[in-house]
Design a binder for this molecule. Sequence first.
Ligand code: ADP
Ligand code: MG
Length: 271
Amino acid sequence: SPPPSAHGAPRILAVANQKGGVGKTTTTINLATALATAGHRVLLIDLDPQGNASTGLGIGRNDRGNGTYALLANEAPSAEVLRQSSVPNLTIIPAEPDLAGAEIELVGEPRREFRLRDALRGNPELRNFAYVLIDCPPSLGLLTLNGLVAADAVLVPLQCEFFALEGISQIMHTIELVRRGLNPGLRLQGIVLTMFDRRNNLSDLVAADARGFFGEQVYETVIPRNIRISEAPSHGKPVILYDARSPGAQAYVRLAGELLKRERALLGQAA
Ligand code: ADP
Ligand code: MG
């Protein structure tokens, strides 16, 4: 498949929301897998010290080698941290345990917010990827900032729960600040409603509010609450491979289709 941008650079998307447990990692893993399965070369960067994306793709805690920390600390050339995942077309930079100290260690360093961007730009292999998906940690600290500075656009998962919209104003504000200073080109890629529960009126209310406020920026595809999604990580597999017929897997495949459609529309505008 052709790379999604005219100059051959990959499209870099950060998946971010400062709230934990809203579906960032699940969305990153399954979008990456769906895009890879559709024939695009995808790189997933695990930027969360908890390393759930790495585990969820079958790379265990003691099997991480050099990963995102080494990249940020300039300890390893970026080619060295690229690992083939169990999914064809999907490469991962895992989160090794040292990443937990990065926020503090980088505080006094030059270009601390640009570490990820500099590392990615300095890597010619990156041009082989069509998409780079960055799984951000549940905070708005230096790691997430590195993700937002390296990215072209941000995908925000929104859990269909009480207070969801209050939380989203914080990430929107951060995106605005990053745009004003560190990365003027940063865009909102879209908002994905996650853990939607048809039996719960609150889910409908949150979804309606989000659509009322953010309009078309909210994806039509809604990710349902689905037990197969929560089982998949313990098998080291994306739900798309663990149980392809489950409602959760099918929703993520549809989400990837919608994302590709949006990306193509953007390219059309740029041409
Ligand atoms: P985050 O990365 O934002 O902290 P996760 O993607 O890790 O969130 O999701 C938090 C927990 O909820 C995980 O245990 C995950 O397996 C589970 N989960 C995520 N999305 C769903 C869903 N749609 N249905 C059921 N469980 C989900
Ligand atoms: Mg996570």
